[in-house]
Design a protein around this ligand. Structure first.
Ligand code: ADP
Ligand code: MG
Length: 450
């Protein structure tokens, strides 16, 4: 594959054949590890120039040729240099493991977050908390509508804290996870396994930083709010940082117990609003850069068209760009306004009076479980996909009038019997499985927020 990569570098990134022959042609592969390609530079003095000019192009070309993203490191025969790089990578892997333990998405950092007038207060508060956890605003409460960057900001804080001090114990969870784990611990406790509750409390009460996303879904069940209340107190008195997000400010969450509400108001409450036009453009440009989309040469007017038409949800803004690129690739067409209009036609939908359709259900379930819609429609039968797929069937049955046969067709051609089986399976399971029933209630709220 190396020759293919060099060829790509030559055609796409070298200003001339001379430049190619001078810098790129002499390079060889030194070693390929799990996530890094080490490239050997024979002429030691040239390493700086190569590193500066070609590291990004190599990253792109390697990813395109191998279909996998690798880090690129240049090495010379100077062993100290190689060692340093290896140590650097070992350290990076270690931090990555910490990020994973804390449940973090590596893409959500302050670096990739665009600050605008809609979010600068929440951003500044987040940075302050990330710099001095437990010392400034505790709890930090971030609220705002769907797809406006709450989760992104929370992950950014957690990344920053771990990067400054890998010894800190940081945990990000959704309130759904908290609730479901509590339900399971209580259930096991009844089956005479007292350890279950101890393990649960140890998990949540020993953190230096606890982040709970979408707290509005800690609802209904008193026992969950009770347990969360004690978790909160336990952490707060010992000066541990708590960060909470919600779609509304505490005073507007009707189902929240008063004692939790007042506690949420102890620290700082920061809101995120919809982005204005400039911020939407900045986010599109940022995404273009992060996803290496410059090679598509998306015209300004196309970006402006997207920013003008997708206003109130950043996830949809990003989705529009993804859809446009996919369409351009698929149909091998130039990116222009008509193609963009076609790509956006399903996305630009008046949010008011949105009707519940099987497509909407599929989108929400797909996002909730982080399973692509294509997999829901596909044939794979592993449990990570079967459960979400059956939940789609169940929700189509209970939330829409769509005949089961049609549901099967929409789900990529499942027959009536398997749809019916899926519906029955979920219907029965939620009678006894409280965690699943909690999850389904949350998904229903996401589909139909009113
Ligand atoms: P929320 O949790 O508020 O529903 P998310 O944090 O999941 O929203 O954000 C939705 C998407 O939009 C994510 O992919 C996120 O990276 C992106 N996003 C949101 N705000 C910004 C921003 N200010 N800059 C860059 N990307 C953003
Ligand atoms: Mg979120």
């Amino acid at each position: 594959k190396w020759n293919e990569i060099l060829q790509k570098m030559k055609v796409e990134y070298c200003s001339s054949t001379t430049a190619y022959n001078a810098w790129i042609a002499p390079l060889t592969v030194y070693e390929v590890t799990d996530d890094t390609v080490f490239i050997f530079v024979a002429l030691k003095p040239s390493i700086e120039h190569i590193e500066e000019k070609y590291i990004l192009p190599f990253r792109v070309c390697v990813a395109e040729v191998t279909g996998k993203e690798y880090d690129i490191a240049f090495v010379t025969e100077d062993n100290a240099y190689i060692k340093e790089k290896k140590e650097f990578i070992a350290k990076k892997n270690q931090t990555n493991a910490l990020f994973e333990q804390a449940n973090l998405n590596p893409k959500y950092t302050f670096d990739t977050f665009v600050v605008g007038s809609n979010n600068n207060f929440a951003h500044a508060a987040s940075v302050a908390v990330a710099e001095s956890p437990g010392e400034v605003y505790n709890p930090l409460f971030i609220y705002g509508g769907v797809g406006l960057g709450k989760t992104h900001l929370m992950h950014s804080i957690a990344h920053h804290i771990l990067q400054n001090d890998p010894g800190k114990k940081v945990l990000y969870v959704t309130s759904e996870t908290f609730t479901n784990e509590l339900i399971d611990a209580l259930k096991q406790g009844k089956k005479s396994n007292e350890m279950a509750m101890t393990t649960f409390r140890e998990k949540y009460r020993t953190n230096d930083v606890l982040l709970i996303d979408d707290i509005q879904f800690i609802i209904g069940k008193e026992s969950t709010q009770e347990e969360f209340f004690h978790t909160f107190n336990h952490l707060h008195v010992s000066g541990k940082q708590i960060i909470i997000s919600s779609d509304k400010p505490p005073k507007d969450i009707e189902t929240l117990e008063a004692r939790l509400r007042t506690r949420f108001e102890w620290g700082l409450i920061a809101d995120i609003q919809s982005p204005n036009y400039e911020t939407r453009m900045a986010i599109l440009r940022k995404k273009e850069e992060l996803d290496n989309l410059q090679r598509y040469h998306i015209p300004d007017e196309v970006m402006q068209y997207i920013a003008n038409n997708v206003k109130s949800n950043i996830r949809e803004l990003e989705g529009s760009l993804n859809k446009l690129i996919a369409l351009a690739n698929l149909e091998n067409k130039e990116i222009d306004i008509p193609l963009t209009a076609e790509a956006l036609k399903d996305i630009i939908s008046p949010d008011e009076n949105r009707v519940v359709t099987p497509e909407l259900i599929m989108d929400v379930v797909s996002e909730h479980f982080n399973v692509p819609v294509t997999e829901l429609k596909g044939k794979k039968r592993n449990s990570e996909i079967v459960l979400p797929r059956q939940i789609v069937m169940y929700l189509c049955r209970t939330m829409t009038d769509t005949p089961l046969k049609t549901v099967g067709i929409i789900l990529g051609g499942k027959d009536h019997a398997s749809v019916s089986h899926g519906v029955n399976k979920i219907t029965n399971q939620i009678k006894t499985d409280e965690a699943l029933s909690n999850t389904i209630n949350i998904i229903k709220k996401k589909i139909n927020p009113i």
